[in-house]
Design a protein around this ligand. Structure first.
Ligand code: ADP
Ligand code: ADP
Length: 228
């Protein structure tokens, strides 16, 4: 089965008696190991799609599946990284990257070593005992990436993970992501405003239109222009 599948998904939000139709109806799939980007104007429902796949929201109608099973709650098979790094300032880098493992009951020598290995791989081995406040924005975002990858998810959800960074840091982190994903067979769904980034990283780009969010078109990216 596809790693991710949306079948006629509709999502309505209600707040202060106002109804927003965020998605209507949206269908697409992502194959195992595929890297797919979601692009489209602000408000077209990209983050909503990721929250649904992450099991943080339920669709109003239709069905969201991962590996052929309906998503009814957050799954340890899915890792989610946001634009805000959400690091805990009172915990060291080491404690930040192992928090998810602890919370999901998977903290042990093996997973801890893997987390430290990833940190070194992303050039942050020396920051293990530092606190997030001591790190630059780019470094913090790298720590956040390690924290997500440390959970060894089968599906990686990235919501504008690099857009708060300057161009230098952004390109560096893209390179590191490419390296980190290489050979791991992870399925990735990236939300981005940055078409260049989508072109460099994706197998396919899904273009959404807004009000309410629908699939406008799907663009296959030729291998020749990809970094992955
Ligand atoms: P994007 O990620 O493409 O910017 P979002 O998925 O964040 O789009 O939002 C899609 C639409 O749903 C927007 O109109 C947004 O204002 C609305 N929306 C998102 N989250 C909520 C919420 N929690 N309550 C009410 N409306 C929301
Ligand atoms: P982005 O455009 O980067 O996806 P947003 O600023 O649209 O992010 O949304 C940030 C957060 O606010 C999300 O958790 C989203 O669900 C929530 N949100 C967005 N629009 C609304 C809204 N109209 N009412 C309530 N919450 C919203």
């Amino acid at each position: 089965p596809p790693a991710v599948r949306l079948i006629d998904v509709t999502k309505h939000y209600w707040s202060k008696e106002e109804e927003t139709i965020a998605l209507s109806p949206l269908s697409f799939y992502v194959s195992p190991g595929e890297f797919v980007s979601l692009v489209g104007a602000s408000g077209c429902g990209k983050s909503t799609v990721l929250s649904l796949v992450a099991g943080l929201l339920q669709p109003t109608a239709g069905e969201v599946q991962i590996f052929g099973q309906r998503v009814s709650h957050p799954s340890p098979r899915v890792g989610y990284m946001l634009q805000r790094d959400c690091l805990l300032d009172w915990r060291t880098v080491k404690k930040n990257i192992t928090l998810g493992l602890e919370l999901s009951g998977r903290f042990n020598h093996h997973t801890e070593n893997h987390a430290r290995y990833l940190l070194t791989e992303l050039g942050l081995g020396h920051t293990l005992h530092q606190y997030p406040a001591q790190l630059s924005g780019g470094m913090r975002q790298r720590v956040a990436l390690v924290r997500t990858l440390a959970l060894q998810p089968d599906i990686l959800l990235l919501d504008e993970p690099f857009s708060a960074l300057d161009i230098q840091n952004k390109l560096h982190l893209e390179e590191l992501l490419v390296q980190a994903l290489k050979g791991r067979g992870m399925t990735t769904l990236l939300v981005t405003h940055d078409l260049e980034e989508a072109l460099a990283l994706s197998d396919r780009i899904l273009v959404l239109t807004g009000s309410p969010g629908r699939l406008k078109r799907t663009v296959e990216i030729p291998e020749a222009i990809r970094k992955l």
